[in-house]
Design a protein. Structure first.
Length: 91
């Protein structure tokens, strides 16, 4: 059986200052839905300034939030289609 390939594009943007990094994540789904999430990281004043590390932490937190929103969306769609409450979707 052949399945159609589906692609998702995730966009990440970062805002940084000397001690904070903020990440914004956006995924556009094939049905036109856009899901957005945010994450942040803070550098302790005694840590060396490593912007890439702040981006990785803030980005990971944004992507984690995005994943949780997608799981919730899928769970709600299952419930709507079935007409009853389904079992929780575990990560």
């Amino acid at each position: 059986m052949m399945h159609n390939a589906v692609g998702w594009h995730v966009e990440m943007e970062f805002q940084e200052d000397e001690q904070h990094t903020r990440a914004a994540a956006l995924v556009r789904l094939p049905d036109g839905t856009e899901v957005r999430a945010h994450g942040q990281a803070s550098r302790h004043r005694t840590d060396t300034n490593q912007p890439r590390v702040g981006e990785e932490i803030a980005g990971a937190r944004a992507l984690n939030e995005l994943a949780m929103q997608l799981l919730t969306k899928a769970h709600n769609e299952i419930d709507t289609a079935s007409g009853h409450t389904s079992h929780p979707i575990n990560v």
